[in-house]
Write a protein that binds this ligand. Structure first.
Ligand SMILES: C[S@@+](CC[C@H](N)C(=O)[O-])C[C@H]1O[C@@H](n2cnc3c(N)ncnc32)[C@H](O)[C@@H]1O
Length: 279
């Protein structure tokens, strides 16, 4: 695709640094090329191979609204629109990048599908994203982290080119040449005490603590302590395996909503789980 645009005379800069992990460089107070705007991250575009790997890894499809925070010339969004029919929003603080991105989208015929905003990514509203892509620095990812966790819907995919998110471990990672890609699913907020009942009238209760997607807890069946064999939270899906006395382990897969969990799969029919205490 990029070659075709070059043939049309559309010049995409070929940055050989694009695969590099630039976290060791000192970009403190990096200035935009032709203005006095101070960027948090310099402009180094992802190369075509990485763009393709990001689209695959993020599993972008025609239902998605993709935000690229620090979008550069908009290449990730244009590729997602052309190849996956996804909608996109690009945010960049450098007005030169926004002009390039708008021209690129227009040349590619996807200007109705992708929009570009000249804003600070640390302030911009990205709450309607279903996928967010980042090619920033660890420190910027970490600054952004509380907003990603609080403002994106559970299950939203966040994919980062090369840079991690501090102590928030990725759910998945993939190697692309010498570059690592990381993927997180925004975890539902499930800390607290939850209760549900089986068809036969058994009362279950579970108390959970949560750090990001990592969950620990204690469980009771009819007020008797039972062991939790496993707890796995991925986005808004929670898999719980409980050790029920004199029976096989009970596996429940719940869709977690803010005030209730709905059973998606399980070896027992249960009522929706209701939150009865916050801690
Ligand atoms: C490493 S480039 C990534 C470009 C594009 N996402 C890609 O992967 O090809 C980082 C981009 O972030 C932009 N940027 C840096 N600080 C920003 C900020 N605070 N708000 C918005 N954009 C910013 C830069 O102008 C640059 O275009």
């Amino acid at each position: 695709m990029i070659d075709e645009l070059r043939d049309l005379g559309y010049e995409l800069n070929d940055y050989s640094l694009s695969d590099a992990d630039f976290s060791d460089l000192d970009f403190e107070g990096y200035a935009s090329e032709d203005s006095d705007i101070i960027l948090d991250v310099p402009y180094i575009p992802s190369d075509e191979k990485i763009v393709q790997a990001l689209l695959d890894f993020a599993e972008i499809n025609n239902q998605d609204t993709l935000y690229d925070l620090g979008c550069g010339d908009g290449r990730i969004l244009v590729a997602a629109a052309l190849e996956r029919n996804a909608r996109g929003v690009g945010i960049d603080m450098d007005p030169r990048r926004i002009i390039e991105a708008m021209e690129y989208a227009q040349h590619s015929g996807v200007e109705q599908q992708v929009h570009f905003l000249n804003e600070d990514l640390l302030e911009a509203d990205f709450s309607d994203a279903t996928v967010v892509t980042l090619y920033l620095l660890d420190i910027v990812n970490i600054k952004l982290r509380p907003r990603l966790l609080d403002e994106l819907r559970p299950g939203t995919r966040v994919v980062s080119h090369a840079f991690n998110m501090g102590d928030w471990k990725p759910d998945h990672q993939r190697q692309c040449g010498n570059v690592k890609l990381y993927k997180w699913l925004i975890p539902a907020k499930i800390a607290g005490t939850w209760q549900w009942q089986s068809e036969s009238g058994d009362q279950y209760k579970i108390t959970l603590k949560q750090k990001y997607q990592e969950v620990t807890g204690h469980a009771w069946l009819n007020e008797q302590v039972i062991a939790i064999n496993s707890l796995l939270l991925r986005g808004d899906l929670l898999e719980v395996v409980l050790q029920v006395p004199t029976a096989r382990p009970l596996r429940l897969l719940m869709r977690c909503q803010p005030k209730q969990w709905i059973l998606e799969e399980g070896s027992l029919v249960i009522s929706p789980a209701i939150k009865i205490a916050h801690t």
